[in-house]
Design a protein around this ligand. Structure first.
Ligand code: SF4
Ligand code: SF4
Length: 107
């Protein structure tokens, strides 16, 4: 099993999650983070750290976000590792909860 970063991280990207991960398995794109499924040890520490509730365990991933399971695996192979928190985008709060953010995902 793995944990998965879902849609609400897009354009929010607060990065609180990376600070707590004991195996440093977060990877960073331009406006989204992903978890490497082969490195995640299912410790669940990151889930409550996300201020916008964007992290799910694989078996609790909402059906309408099913594509994010594959997206995390795919992008974790190509994006660089991130282990330290950085400032969120200035407009992060405005994007919290906006639906359909997948269209804004930058690769
Ligand atoms: S804390 Fe949440 S919004 Fe921030 S980078 Fe991690 S998953 Fe994305
Ligand atoms: S569940 Fe644990 S190992 Fe997996 S991404 Fe979150 S903090 Fe890292």
């Amino acid at each position: 099993m793995t944990f998965v970063v879902g849609e609400n991280c897009i354009k929010c990207k607060h990065t609180d999650c990376v600070e707590v991960c004991p195996v440093d398995c977060f990877y960073e794109g331009p406006n989204f983070l992903v978890i490497h499924p082969d490195e995640c040890i299912d410790c669940a520490l990151c889930e409550p750290e996300c201020p916008v509730d964007a992290i799910f365990s694989e078996d609790e991933l909402p059906e309408d976000q099913a594509q994010f399971l594959e997206l995390n695996a795919e992008l974790a192979e190509v994006w660089p590792n991130i282990t330290e928190k950085k400032d969120a985008p200035e407009d992060a709060e405005e994007w919290d909860g906006v639906e359909g953010k997948i269209q804004y995902l930058e690769r």
